[in-house]
Design a protein around this ligand. Structure first.
Ligand code: SF4
Ligand code: SF4
Length: 341
């Protein structure tokens, strides 16, 4: 790993240089929330929020994606979507959201490779930004991660007052930095120490902890426990938690058509909705809200780790911050963890 620095004075210039050769996604202010958007100028970027409301998963796994177009008739044709290999950089991804891609990878690049996600992933450089001041609902440390971790990004920026410390984590990151090498200088031991001190401080400020040890085994014995009904009574089934989660990845296929042509479109879906599991026959294997609420927590903390060796939660805290009825995943899972069975 190479450690470099860029002065904050030079920062606007590097951003305005990157946008000339990359599609650069960065956090911007949108109606009082932070959101990732393609920017064309440094002035559009807003780093004053801790994190975006919608996670950057929406950049690589679009909320709505046309897969192919259909033209009916005797000579009906199917035209698959042309995959564009656009050079993309995503700036200021928080470490928890970067880990979200580690969780999406086995889904879209596993036994069946999704060519659209693959092209988006291959063509994107992930540039992280350490969280110097985590939110009260953040809990990435519960999974052994850190608010200043570069593990899941190509390059990690950390604000160390006058400068950013820039850690180059992968070959892709190295190529990117080499293209803009005139902006960077090698970091001094003092600057590296400044980053370490910021990281320690940030870790210390995270007060919430989800007790993950042994949770999977505990859940193996709790499928019929009344706790799921208790939380289902509170939940209103709005689906906010799943839409805003950096690891949720369920989708639906819809055919949209006019008389002249049609399109098959992939759209995000959510397991919190009853239609999600509805069969064409009318039978629904998860008919009650309790079944859906239970499934959400089992999918993250039991099924996914069994299949892909990683808990499908990064501790980003979005589902806690935005749930309209204050369902708190830490509180629930800690109750599970501490349950005497
Ligand atoms: S389950 Fe909640 S805390 Fe965990 S990654 Fe999803 S939104 Fe974030
Ligand atoms: S955000 Fe809250 S109320 Fe809405 S579906 Fe999720 S748990 Fe239920």
């Amino acid at each position: 790993m190479e450690s470099l620095v860029i002065s904050k004075e030079n920062f606007p210039e590097i951003i305005n240089t990157i946008v000339k050769s990359y599609r650069l996604f960065a956090p911007t202010e949108e109606n009082g929330f932070s959101g990732f958007k393609i920017i064309k100028d440094y002035s559009e970027m807003d780093l004053s929020y801790l994190n975006s409301r919608m996670p950057p998963k929406a950049i690589l796994f679009n909320q709505t994606e046309t897969l192919f177009l259909m033209e009916p008739g005797a000579k009906g044709t199917i035209k698959t979507k042309e995959i564009k290999n656009e050079k993309t950089a995503i700036f200021a991804i928080r470490p928890c959201d970067a880990k979200g891609f580690r969780i999406l990878d086995p889904v879209f690049l596993g036994n069946y490779v999704d060519p659209i996600y693959k092209a988006n992933r291959d063509n994107s450089v992930l540039i992280g930004l350490s969280c110097n001041q985590p939110d009260t609902s953040c809990f990435c440390t519960s999974f052994g991660d850190s608010p200043a971790s570069g593990k899941y990004v190509d390059i990690l920026f950390t604000d160390i007052e006058e400068n950013y410390l820039v850690e180059v984590m992968t070959e892709k990151g190295k190529d990117f930095v080499n293209d803009f090498s005139r902006f960077f200088t090698p970091a001094s031991p003092k600057e590296i120490e400044a980053k370490n001190a910021k990281e320690k401080e940030a870790i210390k400020s995270i007060k919430r902890n989800l007790k993950v040890e042994g949770i999977e085994e505990k859940m193996d014995k709790m499928f019929n426990h009344p706790i799921w009904e208790e939380y289902a009574k509170k939940c209103i089934g709005c689906g906010t938690c799943t839409y805003l989660c950096p690891t949720c990845h369920c989708f639906d296929m819809q055919d949209e058509s006019t008389l002249e042509k049609g399109a098959r479109v992939r759209v995000w879906d959510a397991c919190m909705f009853p239609e999600y599991t509805m069969h064409t026959s009318g039978h629904n294997p998860r008919p009650a809200r309790m079944h859906r609420v239970r499934n959400r927590f089992y999918h993250k903390y039991s099924y996914f780790p069994k299949n892909s060796d990683v808990i499908a939660c990064t501790g980003c805290g979005r589902c806690i911050r935005y749930c309209p009825v204050n369902i708190d995943i830490i509180e629930l899972m800690n109750r599970v963890s501490e349950m005497e069975l």
